[in-house]
Structure formats: structure tokens, C-alpha cells
Design a protein around this ligand. Sequence first.
Ligand code: URP
Ligand code: ZN
Ligand code: ZN
Length: 469
Amino acid sequence: MSVLIKGGRVVTATDDVVADVLVEGERIALIGASLDVEAERVIDARGKLVLPGAVDPHTHLDMPFGGTVTIDDVESGQRAAARGGTTCHVDFCIQAPGTSFGDSLAEWKRKADGKQVIDMGYHIAITDLHEGGSLEELASLPEQGVTSYKLFMAYKGALMVDDETLFRSMQVAADSGALVMVHAENGDAIDVLVKEALAAGNTAPHFHALTRPPETEGEATNRAIQLARVAGAPLYVVHVSCKEAVDPIMRARELGWDVWGETCTQYFFVDYTFLERPDFEGAKYVYTPPPRDKANQDVLWNAVRTDVLSAISTDHCAFTWSEQKAMGRDDFSKIPNGGPGLENRLHMIHHFGVREGRITLNRMVELLCTNPAKLFGLYPRKGTIAVGCDADLVIFDPEKRHLITAEDQESRSDYNLFEGTEVVGDVDTVLLRGAVIVDGGEVVGEAGYGRFVARAKFGEQLAPAAAAA
Ligand code: URP
Ligand code: ZN
Ligand code: ZN
């Protein structure tokens, strides 16, 4: 199949030109002004943006968590992603206690089998180095294309690891070519605060935030940075929500240390007061780290603009409000933590970031596509527009209005964090490896076309598939 995308404004992290893009098979074959070539399908992209397919480095699909399982499985989550212009994501494979990393990955791949609408990779989330996974097995994972290790410094009694496990994993990563990712919160201190709150009868959703103060995120962020420095491992701090965590990342980066951080779409828009909404509506915004005081939103915009933070992910971890979140109606600590987001990252960042002048269009592409691809071993096959790369492309109409609402979403969640927001700019067409998977805003991609992508080791490039063969 060949596709010619004519006359669009082709935007990468560095370029911004009006050009035609010829796709042949799964890859980009030619880019140039007024290409004189034939193609089986011609798409008129005049007046539209042609962007690289967005890459989301932080998602949770079909994941057991908080006494339930996320409502989006691989198919519904990836349909939501495609609808929002994301063509590749890296999901967390959680090592079940007592299980080897290999068995955990096999189980996660089984859950994805036949359901993949877009391409994906896995981070391995290490929970147990005693009964299940070994350091030797951990060291072997990057050779299999699993090139990032995730450790939770919170969720005591569930996913949380101790500092010894964190540090030993970092030592392995220093040699194996993996990037270490941390959920940075002080889980021990939070556990004490949660128990105290419940003992005092404080059960409402907003106590989720009051028992996880920003200092607990700042402390853990700094601890992880210092330990990674000692171990000699590169570090990526996920879902940074506040100044207390931005500051140590900024310092480390000023010193030239191998430290990166991401924030997530919701932290720019949802603040602490959302948790106080009456009639249990606050539970919709129970995710971790929690929504913070509004002043942090400017801190985060500034951090993504100045490259203190290098990526914006979604941390898509969707539950229903009416049933799953309701498990914590009488006890905020039983509300499953997480929210939906895969569908609207590009909408929200384009409208409030680019249109409202907080970041440039090139920087948006860098934050949503190129940097995640580079950091997680997908670049240049993914994350940019260049000859030979995968033809993962988004044709985006920057003037089309779109009302964000749960009624009209692919995610199976029954609410949307940005409900009722009208944005200007919407996804028109999406190509994944040359195949049209969104057409006129409708998802037309078939489950089973998406693939597992074996990622390159940290700091290495993933050669375009033709060259790699
Ligand atoms: O609340 C959240 N973020 N749920 C997903 C798990 C995590 O901590 O990333
Ligand atoms: Zn987390
Ligand atoms: Zn997460």
C-alpha cells in the first residue's frame, strides 16, 4: 500500500515545513515539496499539521491494581490512544510476587495477544528480588528489548520496594543498558499518615492528597537521584507533580547528571480542589501523586518549556467511577488510584500549551513524540518524520473544535478528567506503519495489527526496520 500525504505542514522536534510525504509499505519513502509521484491513496493535508505518531511512555492497561483491574484492556486502551494520535506506548509489566520476570512478561504479552491496535513495548516493574526475579535475570532483559526497569517507592504492602532492591536494580542497570524509572514518593511516611487519617475518621477522597504531601514526593525524588548517582545508573522520574520534585531534578540536570523527568497531562489542569468536589465526585481525581495546589501548574509548564522535564505522558490507569472508584466510598485508601488520559494528551497540550503560547509546536512534538522515543529506545524508528522511519503519522487539524466528554470516548471509563473542555485542534487521520488506523476521526484500525517493539538499550538508537533487517 502506498499513501501520499499532500501539502501538510510537517512538524518535527526541529523542523516545520510544508511538504508532501510519500509512504510505501510500512515506512516513509520520500519527503519533498510537490512530489510528482503516484500512490494508491492520496490524502489532502493542506491547512493541517503532519506530526509524528505520539509515543506515550507511561500507561497501565489490563493491570491488576488496588483490589480490581484497570477498566481498559489493551484493545480499548489502544483504541483510545489511536483516537488521540498516539501510535506507540510503553506499558508496565508488573512482576507478580514470586514470579520470574520472564513469566511476568509472557503473561503480559498473552494479555495483549490479538488485541493490539497500536505498537507497544514493556517496562518491567520490579517488585520482588527474593522469591521471583533474580539480578541475573534482570540483567538479561535489555537483550530481549525490555530496556527499562521501574521501581515503586510507594504503595507499601503492594508494589513498594525497599531501598536495597532499588539500589541493587540500579547497579544492574548501570551495566545492562536499562533506564531506571521511579515512582518517587516516601511510601513509609505516607503509610503512617494514611493510618492516622483513617483513625481520626477522615475518610473522604481529598484525604488522599493530604496524606501524600509534596515533601514526600520531593524527598523520594532526591533519594532516587542520589542513589542512581552512586550506582552510576541513568534515572527517569515518572509523573512529577510539584515543585518539591522538580527542584532536585533541575539541580541534577544542571550538574549534568543522567536524570530525566516527566509530568502527565492532568497535572497541568486538575488541582487539589477537584478532590473536594461533593458527592464523591472527588474520587475521579484520586491518582498518585495527587492533584496539587494550583501554583504547581505554572512550575510544571515552566519545567517542560525549559527542559527540566523532558516528556509528558498520560499515566493512563483507568477505572470506572460508578463501580470501581466506589470501592472507596467509606475509605479513601480503598479508592483505586489512577485516571484515564490516553485519548486527550495531544488535544490538551496542543490547545493549552501551543495555542495559548506556553510552548512551541516543535517543543510539543519533542515532549510527546521525540523525547519519549529517544529515552525509551524507539528513536528514530518512532518519534520523528524522516525517510526510512516507520510511517507513524498524525494528520491534525489545528482549527477543528472538539468537545472532550466521556460520552464520546474510546476508553471504557465512565468519566473523563477533562470533561466539558472544548479544545481547538483535533486528530483527523492516523497512520501506523503505513496503515490508516484513524480516518476522519474514527478509529478504523484492527486489533491484531499492532506489534510488540523490542526497544534499543538506553542511549542507543533503534534502527529503522529495513536497515535493521
Ligand atoms: O494513580 C496512579 N498513578 N496509578 C497508576 C500507578 C502509578 O502509580 O503510576
Ligand atoms: Zn506511579
Ligand atoms: Zn503509572
